[in-house]
Design a protein around this ligand. Structure first.
Ligand code: PLP
Length: 262
């Protein structure tokens, strides 16, 4: 038997969330829901639940490189997504791997979790600016990450364009500035410096949003792997994450996860 035709293949390079709400676990759930074959390169393991991150352990850089080579050299990828990269050494190694891979890369420049737990060393910020963002097809910073990377504090929708220009100056082809932490509608700005797409969704009154950022970036990567353009992929991903937030559920004593496969 030859089996059915393989679906598009998408690789996440990210950390594990033992609680299953964010990180690699959210990425693989998103990929399953969107009909692509999900694969993972683990960069770090976190002990984590609805209350926050209780511990984090980085993998050796050789282990990250070996996982990546195993996947890309045999199976191949139509898109790559990066999440928690933890240290400057890992950021630089992953940037080099992506630069040598012929597939679009969605970079979620993960800095700090919603609970305020650091997922990236502050000494790695410069490597994100100078090594990782230049190899990104799409970068997806939230407003805290924009502040960390550019010193721009976005306080209203009007500041989003200035934030996008500052992130684009580091070299990604496209940027999605996630304005979800502003009040009012959840507004994101997607731009490549010439085209602008404002993506607006009604705000859901639901605090169970753990894993939102991971889910959006993985959904963009999944849609790119299917051959969609960046604007089409980001619109479809925004719809997916809006549905996932709407059906986020309580779990444990803290913040529950967004829900996949609704
Ligand atoms: N844990 C891991 C491993 C992550 O990669 C991320 C985000 O990228 C988080 C936790 C934080 O998720 P959130 O800020 O949605 O709670």
């Amino acid at each position: 038997m030859s089996g059915r035709a393989a679906p598009p293949r998408v690789l996440t390079v990210a950390g594990s969330d033992s609680g299953g709400g964010a990180g690699v676990q959210a990425d693989l759930k998103t990929m399953l829901a969107l009909g692509v074959h999900g694969m993972s390169v683990l960069t770090a393991v976190t002990a984590q639940n609805s209350l926050g991150v209780q511990g984090a352990w980085e993998l050796p850089v050789e282990a990250v490189r070996a996982q990546y080579r195993s996947v890309v050299d045999d199976i191949g990828v139509q898109a790559v997504k990066t999440g928690m990269l933890s240290s400057a050494e890992l950021v630089e190694a992953v940037s080099d791997l992506i630069a040598g891979t012929d597939a679009p890369a969605v970079v979620d420049p993960v800095g700090v979790s919603k609970h305020g737990d650091p997922l990236l060393a502050s000494s790695a910020l410069d490597s994100v600016r100078t090594r990782l963002l230049p190899v990104a097809t799409v970068a997806t910073p939230n407003l805290d990450e924009v502040a960390q990377l550019t010193d721009i504090r976005v306080e209203s929708e009007r500041d989003l364009r200035r934030a996008a220009e500052a992130v684009l100056a580091f070299g990604p082809r496209w940027v999605v500035i996630k304005g979800g932490h502003l009040s009012g509608d959840a507004v994101d700005l997607l731009t490549d410096g010439s085209e602008e797409h404002w993506l607006r969704a009604p705000r859901h009154d639901n605090r169970h949003t753990h894993g939102t950022g991971c889910t959006l970036a993985s959904a963009i990567a999944s849609e790119l792997a299917k051959g969609r353009s960046v604007p089409e992929a980001v619109r479809a991903a925004k719809d997916y994450v809006t549905g996932a937030i709407a059906s986020g559920f309580a779990l444990g004593a803290g913040i529950g996860p967004v829900h996949h496969g609704w």
